[in-house]
Design a protein around this ligand. Sequence first.
Ligand SMILES: CC(C)(COP(=O)(O)OP(=O)(O)OC[C@H]1O[C@@H](n2cnc3c(N)ncnc32)[C@H](O)[C@@H]1OP(=O)(O)O)[C@@H](O)C(=O)NCCC(=O)NCCS
Length: 186
Amino acid sequence: MGIKIIEFPVLETERLRLRKVTEQDAPYLMEYLSDDEVMKHYGLEPFESIEEAISEIQWYDSLLEEQTGIRWGISLKDDEQIIGSVGFHRYVHQHHRVEIGFELSKAYWGKGIAGEALSAILTYGFETFPIQRIEALIEPENLASQKLVEKHGFIREGLLRKYEYTRGKYDDLYMYSLLKDDVGGN
Ligand SMILES: CC(C)(COP(=O)(O)OP(=O)(O)OC[C@H]1O[C@@H](n2cnc3c(N)ncnc32)[C@H](O)[C@@H]1OP(=O)(O)O)[C@@H](O)C(=O)NCCC(=O)NCCS
């Protein structure tokens, strides 16, 4: 059993629309996934071709198909352009846990946009999925992401040493979590 989505849920916040990403959006994704600063902590080299953006979108689709997560594209409410993404992946049914991921085009950093999007999906996730625990794995140098999740109540549990091997090196990752119990759920 997995996270079964019958109709893709469009989420709206004060400034944002979180919607399904389609292959037509690939040029928008390319704009920020080709940016070394955005990709520094993502575990992938900056994208060089539109095909890589298309396979990223296929990965979003596979999350839905395999019922292991969901990824939303972030756009401003009055615009079609995708400026980032946010979502859940690596759902483990047996243990009622899932992981979050997010990234935003550099031009939009520092405006509280990621926070607004994260808040919407955390509420949606706890209300909709049978989960107790949401995890975030973040590199120690990635201060913006740490600040972001801490502001949303995530607790840093420890450092996973040389947990991932990406871009030719081993990375330590902080394990953060937010429990349904932390936010007052049953
Ligand atoms: C992480 C990221 C999505 C944050 O987006 P954002 O919209 O700028 O975040 P917010 O504006 O909601 O900021 C969240 C908090 O982090 C703080 N922050 C932002 N950038 C920071 C930085 N470089 N250093 C320290 N704190 C930072 C903000 O000040 C804010 O806290 P405040 O409200 O107390 O001021 C964005 O920096 C990004 O896309 N980074 C690259 C991709 C990435 O690392 N993804 C996660 C992989 S685990």
